[in-house]
Design a protein around this ligand. Sequence first.
Ligand SMILES: Cc1cc2nc3c(=O)[nH]c(=O)nc-3n(C[C@H](O)[C@H](O)[C@H](O)COP(=O)(O)O)c2cc1C
Length: 600
Amino acid sequence: MLEQKFQVLIRRYPIKRSALVPMALYAQDVFGYVSEDLISEIANRLDLSPLHVNETLAYYSMIRRKPVGKYHVQVCTNVSCMLCGGNEVYDFVQKKLEIGNKQVTADGLFSLEEVECIGACTGAPAMQVNYDFYENLTERRTDDLLDALDMGSRPATSMPTSGSVHARHSAEAPVISRLFGVPDSHKLDVYLQHDGYKGLERALKQLTSDQVIEEVKKSNLRGCGGAGFPTGAKWGFVPKESAKPKYILCNADESEPGTCKDRPLMEMVPHQLIEGVVIAGRAVGAHRGYIYIRGEYRYVLEIVDAAIEEAYAHGYLGQNIMGSGFDFDLATHTGAGAYECGEESALMESLEGKRGYPRIRPPFPAVVGLYGSPTVINNVETLSAVPSILHRGGEWYSGLGSPKNGGTRLFCISGHVNRPGIYELPMGFNLRRMIEEVAGGIRGGRRLKAVIPGGSSCPLLKAEEIDLPMDFDSLAKAGSMLGSGGLVVIDEGTCMVDLARRIMHFYAHESCGWCIPCREGTDWLRKMLDRFHSGGGRREDIALIGELSKNMLGRTFCPLGDAAALPTMSIVKKWPDEFEKHLAGMCPYQPAEMLTATRA
Ligand SMILES: Cc1cc2nc3c(=O)[nH]c(=O)nc-3n(C[C@H](O)[C@H](O)[C@H](O)COP(=O)(O)O)c2cc1C
């Protein structure tokens, strides 16, 4: 079985080395960890030295060099989970299993790890046991889950995305989510019954490649990975003539805290994504693509793999697609735990079988990308919108949204709201209405304090700043970002210093270390915020935290440094009083005994 997998992986890429990380992860699934022998075996098969394999794998947090328990329990304590009780779940598991972080029970049955965002924010608090997701945890539910595992049964998982399929709100405008909740929506026949592959048919049979790009330009579709770059313009940058093969890369690394929309899109409508990727190939003259899926989403990868196989079997992938003469090959690729690999240039390095370090730009991927070839890289949500645009027209799509911000967006609303969930709403939908009407307002009748509008990299908004249309331009005007559409709603009972501290822990953990301002800056800030929150802060630190953050801006090869700095700067600027209050030596939001525990 593993041998077969290795053979497939080695054939999947133009260079063998690309198979390195997937081979190690699949072997780890079988053996529990990556041993020295395994390193030598992989090195041998890929014509690499064991040293190269070793140093590459050391970068990826999911790759383990020591055995773990039969059930590896990974509890998320990142922002959305923290707000909904993730720390309490983690403490409970520690007590119940009588082990600490990265430890294994004496019988070898369980091991525990506190992890960063696993992409289950609207089902917070959440954890994974091996690759299974468990969402909406309470102490009782966690207790039952661990007992069931102890008894040798595999409790029902939270798949398919129980947290994401909700009763539709009347304000929703389902385009890419129109099949959410439809039975067997991941299957080709169901997709075909709902206009599946009609956009591709038009792109292949009725339009030239330039006309396909024109249609996407007309739609005002903007990249949903975070930066909001116009998709049609990005495709237009790819040179028409190229001596090298061109590539389409789908970014399914989804690791921005607060964001969990690519998972249901792939899980529930994988053919929509496949269709979008092939249309992108048609537009730029590429004949091969990869979908880079974060390692934690293993069950999703299997669903996408099955859909790819189905698409090949029915002539939607492979040679002479739909009798058009156009060929396109597509495969998935698994990551292995690294937020930085979602950054487009790091993703390409990772797909080439290396550490996910960012590349200096220019040249941009459209000209020199994967394997030095012209490459389009787009997010799952972006590519999933393309089939409807081609089928129903760019103008129709554009008209759904606000000026220059076409169509709809999947907004993941998590945190202190009554109805967390993933809602597809028109671009430009009012943020206050999103929180109060769509997500049912703040839990427990409390007051709103702050909103992270588009994933944890965005500057925060205060409660009085939320009368805003949710689109890229309006958020930029308001001094923040629409980002990846991950809204985290924060109530009045939350300590903003603690929140800043937790956010910085994430960035310090995920900084790849390539650029000094980011590597050192995130770590200094993490330590300062820890100290500040536990009562050891000095008055001059308040300005220093802001200054240090500012000094990271724009000084790194990729924007991870900015992503760490921007939310921190906004918290220091907008809630200075909360920092002042901590100078008295106590967190005003935590009982004294808990604070002593934090200090220790
Ligand atoms: C540190 C970092 C992490 C990122 N993670 C992701 C990610 O998980 N998924 C994603 O689509 N884009 C991510 N991006 C943005 C990508 O670099 C890139 O802009 C995006 O994939 C382009 O696709 P789009 O134009 O469709 O948005 C990340 C950027 C940075 C700086």
